[in-house]
Design a protein around this ligand. Structure first.
Ligand code: NAP
Length: 331
């Protein structure tokens, strides 16, 4: 089968490899769609830890085509992969903080992932999707699960003002979740077409810059969710948040990267500065929200591409206006 493999820093290659045999406790899935995530670009540049050589792709769904020993998921079942496989035995897992497990081996980051025709992964990480779900929609389960965790941490209340910084897929999912929670939502993104899309998905306001956002909400947001993963937005987040408000950082900055935050300002205005990492126990809720149509994912699909074009899509920044490119390894 064909698989897109990270062989080293900035070295991505389409390789011919054997179809994996599912080990005991694993499923083998024929991949329907796998999203190109900002994190794949970080992995390529060594800005997020990984262990090459490995097949990338951690946002995917497909059909079960084989089961390893001890697994009885019916063949043909459509599932989404939760890439994160915690050990269950470390102090963090034992206190329920599974996403902080130091032994997590993530599919597409620490073991072979979904930019391939087939992928084997632990069966307990296969989340069942409806058979009649649109074949491209299951790939949004993982990014939505991560975004749900961020919203769980930020806990928007009905009537609060929630500002979303960044109009990529995470920002578009976060704004929908905040609007569903009854908040008044502003999307801050530099591209006019993303602002327009955000408004169709539930944002009440859109702004391109910090100054525009401040002009709309001079007293600041109750909750600001950083979904861009750049220094500029991390630094502006507390400035755009009201006294006593909360900031949640979802975006990933490269390891070692520093930002300038004024602790006196956080202290004096008691702004809570929080962070949200991956998807502890949120993937089933994500799959349910996609299956019910509560969260709209169809407008987030900017283009689909064959495996042959996946390297180019990961090596380059997202195209102008692009929210999510989906790779279809089996055409
Ligand atoms: P993405 O598609 O690259 O989107 C990032 C967005 O941020 C783009 O719309 C970009 O706008 C916008 N942006 C960049 N600089 C900005 C600025 N100065 N002001 C306003 N908007 C700005 O990325 P994504 O897939 O949505 O992911 C977002 C971040 O979340 C990434 O860093 C990703 O690694 C991270 N992430 C974290 C988790 C977690 O568990 N915490 C999970 C998944 C992803 P332009 O198009 O105008 O450049």
């Amino acid at each position: 089968m064909r698989a897109l493999r990270l062989l080293g820093l900035n070295d991505l290659q389409l390789c011919d490899v054997a179809i994996p045999d599912p080990a005991a406790g694993e499923v083998l899935v024929k991949v329907e769609a796998c999203g190109v995530c900002g994190t794949d670009r970080h992995l390529l540049k060594g800005e997020f830890p990984s262990k090459p050589p490995l097949t990338l792709g951690h946002e995917f769904s497909g059909h079960v085509v084989a089961c390893g020993a001890g697994v009885d998921i019916p063949l043909g079942t459509r599932v989404a992969c939760d890439p994160n496989t915690w050990c269950g035995d470390c102090p963090e897992c034992r206190r329920g903080r599974v996403n902080l497990c130091p032994n997590n081996v993530a599919t597409g980051l620490g073991r072979n992932g979904g930019f391939a025709e087939y992928c084997a992964f632990p069966a307990h990480k296969a989340h069942v999707l409806p058979a009649d779900l649109h074949p491209l929609h299951g790939a949004f389960s993982e990014p939505l699960a991560c975004t749900i965790h961020g919203l769980d941490i930020g806990a928007p209340k009905p009537g609060e003002r929630v500002m979303i910084l960044g109009g990529g897929v995470i920002g578009m999912l976060a704004l929908q979740l905040a609007a569903l929670a009854g908040a008044e939502v502003m999307l801050v993104t530099r591209q006019a077409d993303k602002q327009a899309l955000g408004k169709t998905l539930g944002a009440h306001h859109a702004a391109a810059t910090e100054a525009e956002a401040r002009a709309l909400w001079p007293k600041g947001a109750d909750l600001t969710i950083e979904c861009a993963g750049v220094v500029e937005t991390v630094e502006m987040a507390p400035r755009l948040t009201r006294s006593g408000g909360r900031v949640v950082i979802l975006g990933v900055l490269a390891a070692g990267q520093k930002v300038q935050i004024e602790p006196f300002d956080l202290l004096f205005r008691e702004v809570q500065f929080l962070s949200s990492f991956i998807n502890p126990f949120t993937q089933d809720r994500a799959a349910a929200m996609i299956a019910s149509g509560t969260i709209k994912v169809a407008p987030l699909i900017s283009r689909t591409l064959p495996l042959e074009q996946a390297a180019e899509a990961i090596l380059n920044p997202p195209r102008r206006g692009e929210i999510r490119a989906l790779v279809l390894p089996n055409g």
